[in-house]
Design a protein around this ligand. Structure first.
Ligand code: ATP
Length: 241
């Protein structure tokens, strides 16, 4: 569903943020992406979402190249940034209709889907208000609803649990599982290792732009907890600098 091959991305200051990173995310995977602050998670995710250009490597989404066929890729994916920057002057419902228009969702279907997810995330009563009046968590919920209504094959999330209340976090985890059970795939970054350990079947650890380990959670973790493994791998790398 998502193939990242030898991705290398530098910024203008010539810092290599991601260095020769390859990952294979298949239908049914909930793939966690962990790493310390500045490790290169957001950079990788933005390259996958088609927001950032990259100088080397290839990214394929459901067989389409993000470089040569970005529209086909974007039809299949939903991307939720860590800090959703939504159109402040629109109301919640206007924003959801705008997204539904982009994805050509019929009137009847969008009404049903918007109701289902807005009720679920308890945002229905606020949909008539402008996004400018929304809290951080409400914006995140709106971004999540806008993603779920178009049933993406690939859901990419950057730090999705930061700022969500416990109930919303629980609901999101349930919906993530449902999307994967229906044949979708999820790639998400997180600093919450407990959540990653419980939710993900696969995991990748990135350190200073380089992939340190990846694969099945059980195999990668072995007998350690994810936290112990993470600290060991990342500290070990720091020791060698
Ligand atoms: N726009 C930019 N211009 C220059 N350097 C950048 C830019 N964005 C990120 N970087 C650098 O690229 C590296 C990777 O950053 P990135 O945001 O991908 O890390 P991250 O793993 O998502 O971190 P965090 O967990 O703190 O969100 C960092 O060294 C960062 O300073």
């Amino acid at each position: 569903m998502l193939k990242i091959e030898h991705l290398t991305k530098s910024y203008k200051n010539e810092k290599v943020a991601v260095n020769d990173l390859s990952l294979d995310i298949q239908a049914g995977d909930i793939y966690g992406f962990i790493g310390h602050n500045g490790a290169g998670k957001t950079t990788t995710i933005k390259c996958v979402a088609g927001i950032l250009d990259f100088e080397q490597g290839e990214i394929y989404i459901d067989g389409h190249s993000i470089k040569t066929d970005p529209i086909a890729c974007k039809r299949e994916l939903a991307y939720i940034p860590d800090n959703p920057d939504l159109y402040e002057n629109l109301t919640g419902i206007q924003y959801l209709n705008f997204v539904a228009d982009i994805f050509h969702i019929s009137k009847a279907e969008r009404e049903a889907e918007i109701k289902k997810y807005s009720d679920m995330f308890e945002l229905t009563a606020n949909l008539g208000d402008t996004i400018a009046s929304f809290s951080h968590g409400m914006r995140q919920k709106l971004a999540l609803i806008s993603a779920f209504i178009h049933k993406p094959k690939l859901l990419i999330l950057d730090e999705p649990f930061v700022g969500l209340d416990p109930k919303a976090s629980h609901l999101l985890k349930e919906q993530m599982r449902e999307l994967c059970a229906a044949g979708g795939a999820i790639f998400f970054s997180t600093h919450v290792l407990d959540v990653a350990e419980k939710l993900c079947n696969k995991i990748a650890i990135i350190n200073q732009g380089v992939l340190v380990t990846s694969g099945d959670m059980e195999t990668v973790r072995g007998d350690s907890s994810l936290e112990d493994l993470f600290l060991e791998l990342v500290d070990h790398e720091h020791d060698h600098q």
